[in-house]
Design a protein around this ligand. Structure first.
Ligand code: GAP
Length: 427
């Protein structure tokens, strides 16, 4: 099963989905780039979340906050004091690992002696200002949600929203992870999709259960293999003091059950902390009843890159064809596929066919992301599209010139049928 991760990693490089960052310099641990195909998929994935979490809901609005904030934010949030990751150091090669990642021997050099676990702060530091000596230390946000709390009052004052309502955001977060690993599963720069739902304290229980189910349903719609999804409930004794409960949506990765998203009971902790540290009252007054209270928060916080990786693992298939050849196919949700269709002129040396194909291609690009490919034989073109998960391949051939029909080939069934050009947009 670990093999599947290697296969997906290799597919990502081969087909321009994900590249190791700074590869020509030997790479840098925990940083990845999305390639020409990957960026399309990732954008579709983020749009899919936004559609589900914002567009379809009258009481959730979005923001797009900055990565660097006032440094006090991270004092208030508790990250400066307690955003730690525990690590042990190999006494021979000095590499650091999370204690749970060593099973007796150092994964790097095979050494067997380690230091006691120590806590390292994961916040990335930077400096704001240009004059030496007058620069202020600031931090790259360790979790994207803090900007939502900072803008809570602005949103209340500038929109028609009343509690209960949510603020959603997709954005980068940075963590100086000790052992970034498992491809893009644990990285140092990643994106989170967060929604903070602000409610009256009496409504917490109901809202928590609602969002827990909503978020599981979201992942069920996205992935094919539902048996690879489950909830993990955090044990009571491990909860932070303000949380009554916390659940993770977990995905069964090749290395075991792994966190995909957290549904967190944040209570009034965040707004109370920011009220205290900023000196600005962030409580809410109900416009109907006049009741004044500190809103409570249910948070849904997931990793975009992690979801993307799980989606690739969930979609990757190898099928043996009748002729014994192995076909690699990404049976990815069509909404996320980079291209909805690929357009092929059967041959590239017949201008009538190429021109007809161009005409169809250009018509389709008005409404859909489609790919043009006139290189190599049709079989090779199909293999390429299968590997990047393109749902349909449309071939323009000699018959097209006679009856205005094209061949449409389905990614999953490999069935081909003749379709009238004017019916293509209904696919
Ligand atoms: N605001 C709450 C919060 O940040 P979290 O459980 O630390 O909670 C939420 O993070 C999600 O962000 C995780 O479920 C995971 O999907 C993603 N995530 C966290 N650390 C990550 C990392 N180092 N690399 C990739 N994704 C990560």
């Amino acid at each position: 099963m670990e093999d599947l991760l290697q296969k997906v990693t290799s597919l990502c490089k081969r087909r321009g989905i994900i590249f190791q960052n700074s590869e020509i310099y030997g790479g840098i641990g925990g940083f990845y780039d999305y390639g020409p195909v990957g960026v399309e998929m990732k954008n579709n994935l983020k749009r899919y979340w936004w559609k589900n979490m914002v567009d379809k809901r009258e009481n959730v609005v979005g923001i797009d906050g900055t990565i660097i904030t006032h440094p006090k934010v991270w004092e208030a949030s508790g990250h400066i004091k307690g955003f730690g990751d525990e690590a042990v150091e190999c006494k021979k090669c000095h590499a650091r690992f999370r204690p749970e990642d060593i099973d007796g021997k150092c994964p790097k050099c095979g050494g067997t002696e380690f230091t006691e676990p120590r806590t390292y702060n994961m916040l990335f530091k930077t400096e704001v200002g240009v004059i030496e000596g007058e620069k202020a230390t600031a931090y790259l946000r360790g979790e994207a949600c803090q900007t939502i709390y900072l803008d809570f009052k602005n949103v209340v004052d500038s929109t028609r929203q009343q509690i209960p309502f949510g603020i959603a955001q997709i954005g980068k977060a940075f963590r100086n992870e000790i052992t970034p690993n498992k491809f893009t599963f644990r990285t140092r720069e990643f994106e989170q999709w967060d929604m903070q739902y602000f409610v009256h304290p009496n409504e917490m229980e109901k809202s928590f259960e609602y969002w827990k189910e909503e978020r599981m349903n979201f992942y069920k719609k996205l992935y094919r293999k539902h048996e690879n999804l489950r909830f993990y409930e955090h044990p009571k004794e491990k909860l932070v003091f303000y949380a009554k409960k916390a659940f993770d949506v977990e995905y069964l990765a090749p290395w075991g059950w792994a966190e995909n998203e957290g549904i967190h009971w944040r209570g009034d902790y965040d707004l109370t902390q920011h009220s205290q540290f900023s000196g600005k009252d962030l409580s809410y007054t109900d416009p109907q009843t006049g009741e004044k209270y500190m809103p409570n928060i249910v948070e849904t916080s997931g990793g975009v890159d992690r979801t993307f990786l799980f989606l690739l693992l969930d979609s990757y298939e190898e099928e043996t064809l009748e002729n014994g050849e192995i076909r690699t196919v990404l049976k990815i949700n069509p909404e996320i596929a980079a291209y909805k269709a690929a357009v092929f002129p059967l041959v590239s040396n017949k201008p009538e066919i190429v021109n007809k194909a161009r005409e169809i291609f250009e018509k389709l690009t008005d409404t859909k992301k489609v790919l043009w490919d006139a290189r190599g034989n049709i079989g090779k073109r199909y293999r390429y599209q299968d590997e990047i998960g393109t749902p349909y391949c449309i071939t323009i051939d000699y018959q097209t010139l006679e009856d205005n029909t094209v061949t449409v080939r389905d990614r999953d069934t490999m069935k081909q049928e003749r379709v009238k050009i004017e019916d293509l947009t209904n696919l």
